[in-house]
Design a binder for this molecule. Structure first.
Ligand code: ATP
Ligand code: MG
Length: 573
């Protein structure tokens, strides 16, 4: 029952073996031909403007996985070019999440802001070549003059300033002589290009904003497109892997590198981003959910963030297996969230100890069991894994069973409790319902039952069969616990789709159900949050690492069982 260690297991596990996706095919070709110097250097380049989500995990597993499998290296680089939205909190959370996934950048931690000086010099070089100019148009004018997909853009009246004038103005921009937004530096390329990214893209803007790393040293900041490709080149990245939306930025990145004259030229390869059903995956939207308090924070267990997924109880192994299973392609698609749920089921199923917790208790008095009698039943933690050991569970006159396991007027196929019906208590005896006790409102508040002392271990010597097995806890020994059941964050498969006007309208109001009065077996009193357990018949759980207190655990349901009914049938004779 030790927590599973967080070590990446390269490819030895079934389901985690790397398949030859199209990116691996390109890399193997490059390695064979000697392109990229026989090396594989990748990077994961987040912008520190939010927490990482499961989509980023796909990119992390891909980039670090390639470096691992081809004996190269993978850098962690923060593309921190936009200080308005970036914070140290995000930088720290991103490092925590990448490590948690089991990857290590070793000494290769970089920041685009480390290259600000170099980028400034390269911008000056472009100016000297007549390939960049300072534009005094406002942001609105620039955008209005950009043209459309069918119409060319209009050249700026400032486009033909001399290199000397541009150099001086650019220098003065840096010195803070002009107000925010009053000037930009643009590349001088082609206002009529079919690719709008070539229509004199902005390279620098003036923005007096404190940067998380460079403080107030700069008041001009490079635009992402100007910083990103050069940063890759500086780090001698061989394969710059990114999502499809950057496909038509690639020619611009190539243009910058060629015209600045940087000898190292990374190869950009685009793949389809991960979309998942019943959730949203843009940092902007996730931030809005946090700010509007629709969730309890970035690490709310309903969030698709790695912080949320981790807190809920997903293991890094399951996320890596999921990333491997969904694969990498060029085709946009949406992955069914059940694939993610199955990944954690497959990971936990063979190793999570089974224990009993009654989520919605109904009291049962076993009338033929004397008051004060206590029997300690030896209960295995895992039916198929004797090596996980056993624990003692007290069996007494008063127990709790699941309210849903009783029906006053059950249909024939209901194999659980009903008046006169008999079931098996997990690891215990046969139990028969003799009478029902109701309160003044007519609600069932207690069952009066009898047990058959000859059925210890779950079989009757007379060959009598029962079909159902239910979980239970001794009332006297039960540990009251809080249980949090999570459901999908949204009611619709694709809340971000254009058809849905207000994407928040489809938030699932029942995405969190808190059960205050659940009753667990006493062995869970000091549940270690690192440990994942299966509550018999109701799912996989872990003690919440923040809200659990010694003696008063709070349990998060990680995932329900694949099919509770099928599981129950497994245990029938
Ligand atoms: P978002 O669109 O969610 O705000 P982003 O693309 O702005 O994310 P970045 O910090 O720029 O976030 O992303 C870092 C890296 O992760 C990039 O290489 C990006 O391509 C990749 N990435 C982002 N979202 C996904 C996704 N859903 N699936 C796969 N890779 C992704
Ligand atoms: Mg981005």
């Amino acid at each position: 029952m030790t927590p599973e260690p967080n070590v990446p297991k390269p490819a030895e596990k079934a389901g985690e073996a790397p398949s030859l996706n199209f990116i691996r095919a390109i890399i193997e070709e490059d390695l064979k031909s000697g392109k990229s110097g026989g090396q594989v250097v990748t990077r994961f380049p987040p912008e520190p403007n939010g927490y990482l989500h499961i989509g980023h995990a796909k990119s992390i597993c891909l980039n670090f996985g390639l470096a691992r499998d081809y004996k190269g290296r993978c850098h962690l680089r923060f593309d921190d070019t936009n200080p308005e939205k970036e914070e140290m909190e995000y930088i720290e959370s991103i490092m925590r999440d990448v490590r948690w996934l089991g990857f290590d950048w070793n000494e290769h931690l970089y920041y685009a802001s480390d290259y600000f000086e170099q980028l400034f010099e390269w911008a000056q070089a472009l100016i000297k070549k007549g390939l960049a100019y300072v534009d005094d148009q406002t942001a609105e004018q620039i955008s209005a003059n950009r043209g459309t997909l069918t119409e060319p853009g209009k050249e700026s009246p400032f486009r033909n300033r001399s290199a000397q004038e541009n150099l001086e103005l650019f220098e003065r921009m840096r010195k803070g002589e002009f107000p925010d937004g009053s000037k930009v530096l643009r590349a001088k390329i082609d206002m009529a290009s079919a690719n709008v990214n070539f229509r004199d893209p902005v390279m620098y803007r003036i923005r007096r904003e404190e940067h998380p790393r460079t403080g107030n040293k700069w008041c001009i900041y490079p635009i992402y497109d100007w910083a990103h490709g050069q940063s890759d080149a500086i780090e001698k990245i061989t394969h710059s892997i990114c999502t499809l939306e950057f496909e038509n930025h690639r020619p611009l990145y190539d243009w910058y590198i060629e015209n600045v004259g940087i000898p190292h030229h990374p190869q950009q390869i685009e793949f389809a981003r991960l979309n998942l059903t019943y959730t949203v995956m843009s940092k902007r939207k996730l931030l809005q959910l946090v700010q509007d308090k629709d969730v309890k924070g970035w690490d709310d267990p309903r969030m698709p963030t790695l912080a949320g997924i981790r807190r809920r109880g997903f293991t890094p192994e399951s996320i890596r297996a999921f990333a491997e299973r969904i694969g990498v392609s060029k085709r946009e698609s949406t992955v069914d969230v059940t694939l993610l749920e199955n990944a954690i089921r497959d990971d936990l199923n063979p190793k999570a100890p089974r224990v009993m917790c009654v989520l919605k208790p109904l009291k049962v008095v076993i009338e033929n069991l004397p008051e004060g009698q206590e029997e300690l039943l030896d209960c295995p933690y895992h039916q198929e894994k004797p090596e996980l050991g056993t624990r003692k569970v007290p069996f007494t006159r008063e127990i709790y069973v699941e309210r849903d396991d009783f029906m006053e007027d059950p249909p024939k196929k209901f194999f659980r409790l009903g008046p006169g019906r008999e079931v098996r208590l997990r690891w215990g005896y046969f139990l028969k319902c003799e009478r029902v006790i109701k309160d003044e409102k007519g609600e069932v508040v207690e069952l009066r039952c009898s047990y058959d002392p000859t059925t210890k271990g779950g079989n009757a010597p007379d060959g009598r069969k029962v079909k159902g097995t239910i979980h239970w806890v001794s009332a006297k020994h039960a540990l009251p616990v809080e249980v949090r059941l999570y459901d999908r964050l949204f009611n619709v498969e694709n809340p971000a789709s254009a058809k849905v006007r207000d994407w928040k309208a489809d938030l699932n109001p029942k995405s969190l159900e808190i059960l205050q009065g659940a009753m667990a077996e006493p062995s869970l009193a000091n549940a270690d949050p690192e440990m994942r357990v299966q509550f018999e018949r109701t799912g996989s759980f872990r003690a919440d690492p923040i809200d659990s207190k010694p003696g008063a655990p709070v349990f998060n349901r990680i995932v329900s069982l694949r099919d509770t009914w099928a599981k129950m049938k497994d245990r029938e004779d």
